[in-house]
Design a binder for this molecule. Structure first.
Ligand code: GLN
Length: 387
């Protein structure tokens, strides 16, 4: 249909998110889809049964704006058990429509036109569009290739009187790197005495390997007092399509968050919240996730030994980075597209997570897949690029 409106695009240069682009291309080409991050296996049947039961019991109307009290209580209990900080169920936790909405809402609640937000490249793709939508400016610090560790001296130099927020993400997508307790100390030193809000994206909080422990900002008293911490049930319970997550933080910050949240989504699907509140009661479900994914990581890395790809370390998340510069001269976007079409394996090019398109000839594989999917993908890769 034609429109008579001349559109002065608010975002003339914005394309479609790489996750949609690559999953669509994978489907078109019949490729093994190791691009977008989602499991290709089912969640636990009891979660579905619980949701169905709540629907049939008539729990289908609006929940409270901040989320069902049962779910908020379960979240508060989990956070207290893991990180030692007990947030207030009424005023310090809010259920969101996934982490994406939580992040967008937090940014909209705190960042004003002209404000600066410091974040780390490679940067998850939803942060900068949210900042720019509300008139803020993204200021980039670098995680240092190839171990993707933060350079806190650089961060210190980037802080100005206009810095409103710093966004951190650990375990980190796409690199699989982790922030440590020492990193949190450095961050605390930098923000001490300022009014900078920290937004901490911890959606992979339960997926850390080799016995590493998650350094949640919830567990750092000084940082917790100025942070909004985001998590997502999509990652933890294999239900990315349910789009449910949450934020926790001090009451004064969550009050500001809710001012936007109430007019953004107002609230989130009732029966899912009730089902999750029940499901969370068994802590082994989130505590067992690290071992579950470590087996997949190790299996995938072993299989990849049959190929010429050079694997980078993976300390958390369900993503594995690999260098391919010695195998092909193609820039990573071209390489990812070619790999999908010609080899039949879809991946994510890492340059999309850099504002200037920096290309280290690295691609990201998602290993949240059943063994047969990983085997099918690696078999194709090994044929194209044998070890
Ligand atoms: N976070 C997922 C990834 O990194 C994708 C989420 C999405 O598709 N928006 O692949």
């Amino acid at each position: 249909m034609q429109t008579p409106i001349r559109i002065d695009s608010r975002f003339p240069h914005m394309g479609t998110t790489i996750f949609t682009v690559m999953s669509r291309l994978a489907a078109e080409c019949g490729a093994v889809n190791l691009s977008q991050g989602f499991p290709d296996f089912q969640a636990d049947r009891s979660l579905f049964d619980a949701m169905h039961r709540h629907m049939l019991a008539g729990r289908n109307q609006y929940p409270p704006m901040a989320g069902m009290p049962e779910l908020r209580a379960a979240i508060v209990d989990k956070v207290a058990a893991l990180y030692g900080t007990r947030f207030d169920v009424e005023s310090e936790v809010t259920v969101t429509a996934g982490a994406t909405q939580a992040i967008f809402t937090a940014i909209a609640a705190f960042v004003r036109p002209g404000d600066e937000v410091i974040l780390f490249e490679p940067v998850y793709d939803s942060y900068v569009p949210a900042i720019e939508t509300v008139g803020g400016t993204a200021v980039y610090a670098q995680l240092q290739f190839p171990d993707y560790a933060p350079d806190w001296e650089q961060v210190r130099r980037l802080v100005t009187p206009k810095t409103r927020m710093i966004i951190v993400n650990s375990p980190h997508n796409p690199s699989g790197s982790l922030l440590t307790a020492v990193d949190l100390e450095k961050l605390a030193e930098i923000v001490r005495g300022t009014d900078i809000v920290v937004l901490s994206d911890e959606v992979y909080e339960h997926i850390l390997f080799d016995g590493e422990r998650h350094a949640s900002l919830c567990g750092h008293q000084e940082l917790a007092a100025r942070s909004i911490v985001v998590s997502s049930f999509g990652k933890t319970y294999h239900i990315t399509g349910w789009k449910i997550g949450y934020v926790v933080g001090p009451a004064a910050l969550i009050a500001e968050f809710r001012k936007v949240h109430q007019f953004n989504v107002f609230t989130v699907h009732t029966p899912s919240q009730l089902a999750l509140a029940e499901y969370m009661q068994d802590a082994s479900r989130h505590l067992g996730l690290a071992a579950f994914y470590q087996e997949k990581r190790d299996f995938f890395r072993r299989l990849m030994g049959q190929t010429g790809f050079e694997l980078l370390p993976c300390r958390g998340t369900y993503f594995q980075l690999a260098r391919y510069g010695h195998l092909s001269d193609r820039p990573d976007r071209d390489f990812a597209e070619w790999l999908t079409r010609a080899v039949g394996v879809a991946v994510i090019p890492v340059s999309v997570f850099y504002a200037d398109g920096r290309d280290d000839r690295v691609v990201r594989f998602c290993f949240a897949k059943v063994a047969t999917t990983l085997e099918a993908g690696v078999e194709r890769l090994a044929r194209a690029f044998p070890a």
